[in-house]
Design a protein around this ligand. Structure first.
Ligand code: NAP
Length: 246
């Protein structure tokens, strides 16, 4: 029987690359989308082409709404019977001076990038505890480790994801659940596509590997951490940043 994984934010970017990475590895994949059903259906088609025998399900959920996250998890469980892994990729970013941040900016960022992770973990854990087996992978960010200028709310949410990773890892390790995070630097996705040519060149100059990551380069690390090759790793945050934050 295939392992089953739920991926939030699987319609685009790192999440979409992760869906395809797990499809290639033989997992059945349920993933969520929020605004781009077209992109989600395209990812289902690509996954099905990679693994015609696999099951791929796109589910709508705004991760900042706990009821929608609970419903997506229940639907994934209904379809697959169990979930061996949860991967939280859904996220938003916003650049703004700290003093210009509104209450709404702050709460929206926390709602999607931190509350969404809390809701998803809380919803999958009872099943993982019952089956004494689970892997959770959370996508944080380099800015959650180093702090990003003009991205204070994003950095705070992503630092929160790191704290959550370590605390849940400690609490659930005795129950057979491993919890790890990745901290990407700059990745070629819609999130970074709005960088001007000049800003992009300046950014790449600061990265020791002199280029941004491809989404597949993050997805590969996520899959390693979810695999039995990483069976003794929990509570870890793996930088995937071309050396930028070292
Ligand atoms: P992206 O290409 O903009 O994709 C964002 C994904 O999140 C999409 O699938 C989107 O769904 C989903 N999403 C956004 N808001 C949502 C919400 N309220 N509820 C549910 N899903 C929602 O972004 P990305 O670059 O792949 O980023 C993925 C993760 O990596 C994020 O957590 C981000 O913070 C993190 N990260 C990215 C970078 C980078 O340089 N790109 C660096 C470090 C960390 P729709 O397609 O339906 O809108």
């Amino acid at each position: 029987m295939n392992d089953h994984v739920l991926i939030t934010g699987g319609s685009r970017g790192i999440g979409a690359a992760t869906v395809l990475e797990f499809a290639r590895a033989g997992y059945d994949v349920a993933f969520t989308w929020n605004s781009r059903e077209d992109a989600a259906l395209d990812v289902v088609q690509q996954a099905q082409a990679l693994n015609p025998g696999g099951r791929f399900v796109a589910l709508h959920a705004d991760v900042s709404d706990s009821a929608q996250v609970n419903a997506a998890v229940q639907e994934a469980l209904q379809q697959f019977g169990s979930l061996q892994a949860l991967i939280c990729c859904a996220g938003i970013a916003q650049q703004k001076l700290f003093t210009d941040l509104t209450d709404e900016d702050w709460h929206r960022m926390m709602g999607v990038d931190l509350d969404g992770v809390f809701y998803a973990c809380r919803a999958v854990l009872p099943g993982m505890i019952r089956q004494k087996y689970g892997r959770i992978l959370l996508v944080s960010s380099m800015w959650g480790q180093t702090g990003g200028s003009c991205e204070v709310h994003y950095s705070a949410a992503k630092a929160g994801v790191i704290g959550l990773t370590k605390a849940v890892a400690r609490e659930l390790a005795p129950r057979g659940v491993r919890v790890n995070a990745v901290a990407p630097g700059f990745v070629e996705t819609d999130m970074t596509a709005k960088l001007s040519e000049k800003a992009r060149a300046a950014t790449e100059e600061q990265i020791p590997l002199k280029r941004m990551a491809r989404p597949e380069e993050v997805a590969g690390v996520v899959r390693f951490l979810a695999s039995d090759a990483a069976s003794y790793i929990t509570g870890e945050v793996v930088r995937v940043d071309g050396g930028m934050a070292m």
